[in-house]
Design a protein around this ligand. Structure first.
Ligand code: FAD
Length: 392
């Protein structure tokens, strides 16, 4: 079993297995080629470090994950998506070539233009096709600290309008640098009263927001607002992590709200890590996660069907509490080639991820099996692909 760097314990990592190889110390940026706009790195290098090094040369990685410890080899092994994927595709679309050690201990290289079959097999294989030791990545000309983005946000109280809007934005993103839709749907909260007086119902929250972030010119006022915005987000994150259990529910929701109500204007760098500063501390606790790449032709149908599957199970068994979804567009050469290889039209995709907070006692393994086979059936009939990285 290979792991990229530090083992995270946020309930978002892959299932625990004995670690036999860690690339934590193979973390060097080996070469930046300004002419070709590429960067050569060891597989354990963190994307945030690579991006910072590139920044000094007016370059950056088009796709980085939203937490700072993700490594190049780890991201290459899952696929790698971000809110810029509607524009730049997956992380693995940016890989020019890589060096690996196969399961027999042989060192090899492969890339876009040589040993392409092996290249396809290793990308997204989760370490099962060998260990990636070094990668060459495409960079783009960008100054992430000085690229200012303004958010156009649309808010929705009903799920259908949210999904229709998300589809329209994914199909026609215009010149948005980043885009993301989030939907949150809480089960009615019941709070116990003293014995014999019953429960009091606190109501349900169903709320969605689509955010498209467009380039804008910076002014002094905008910079000041950026400062205030990031301080507020960080403190909400701190409050949320310090307020566990039922008592913490309203503050945790407020922290999630900080992401929904992101600052109107921010730098590209801040926007890329927004979830890392606020949401990660508010997202602890057992959850069921699934990520799916839906071809645009079946995007809305996949979204409705997954939603109905999870909310149906919640209604019948109470196994889930809060159901939330996140979505954005993915224009990926890799995914188009996958579709073509399966005899399907080479389409663009939308990523749809669901996170369902769960009550472990109400989710026996038979029920979990039902849910998993429901998801598989939706993917099969709609030509959608599971995203294992999103599964965490
Ligand atoms: C808080 C959080 C936020 C996240 N945000 C995003 C996001 O925005 N976008 C996204 O796409 N994903 C996201 N993920 C999922 C993330 O992409 C995967 O967890 C990613 O693989 C983590 O990289 P890592 O370096 O930590 O790898 P690990 O978690 O250590 O490994 C991931 C997989 O790759 C294999 N692997 C690791 N290194 C190598 C190597 N050198 N060679 C071969 N196989 C290897 C491992 O065996 C494992 O199967 C997030 C995860 C977390 C915990």
């Amino acid at each position: 079993m290979v792991c990229g760097g530090e083992l995270l314990d946020e309930g978002l990592t892959l299932p625990a297995q004995p670690t036999v190889v860690s690339l934590r110390r193979m973390n060097q940026v080996l070469d930046i080629n300004l002419g070709r706009r590429t960067v050569r790195v060891q597989a354990g290098a963190k994307l945030s470090d690579i991006d910072r090094r590139l920044g000094a040369h007016g370059l950056g990685l088009p796709i980085v994950g939203d937490h700072r410890d993700i490594t190049a080899g780890g991201f290459a092994s899952v696929g790698g998506v971000s809110a810029a994927s509607h524009k730049h595709g997956l992380f693995i679309d940016q890989i020019v070539d890589l060096e690996y050690v196969d399961t027999d201990g042989r060192i090899g290289t492969c890339g876009r233009t040589h040993h392409t079959e092996r290249f396809q097999r290793i990308l997204g294989a989760g370490g099962r096709a060998g260990i990636i030791t070094a990668l060459t990545l495409d960079a783009i000309e960008i100054d992430k600290e000085r690229t200012w983005l303004t958010t156009d946000a649309d808010r929705f109280l009903d799920f259908d309008s949210f999904v229709e809007h998300a589809y329209a934005e994914i199909a026609r993103p215009g010149n948005a640098e980043l885009q993301v839709g989030r939907w949150v749907d809480t089960a009615p909260l019941k709070v116990a009263r003293p014995v014999g007086t019953g429960h009091v119902q606190l109501g349900t929250v169903r709320f969605g927001q689509w955010s498209s972030l467009y380039p804008t010119a910076p002014t002094r006022g905008l910079r000041a607002r950026r400062e205030v915005g990031s301080r507020a987000r960080k403190s909400l994150g701190a409050i949320a992590s310090a307020a566990p259990g039922k008592a913490g529910m309203p503050v945790r929701n407020a922290a999630a709200g900080a992401v929904l109500f992101a600052p109107k204007v921010q730098t590209l760098r801040d926007a890329e890590y927004l979830a890392d500063t606020a949401l990660s501390s508010s997202e602890r606790g057992p959850a069921y996660r699934v990520g799916v790449f839906a071809p645009l032709s079946s995007y809305t149908s996949v979204f409705y069907r997954l939603h109905d599957l999870f909310s149906g199970h919640r209604e019948r068994s109470g196994c889930f509490t809060v159901i939330s979804a996140m979505t954005y567009g993915v224009r990926s050469r890799y995914l188009r080639a996958e579709s073509a290889a399966r005899g399907l039209p080479p389409e663009d995709h939308g990523l749809i991820t669901f996170t369902c907070r769960l009550r472990p006692a109400a989710l026996p393994s038979e029920l979990l099996r039902d849910i998993v086979s429901g998801i598989e059936e939706i993917c099969r009939s709609e030509n959608a692909l599971r995203y294992e990285g999103g599964n965490g």
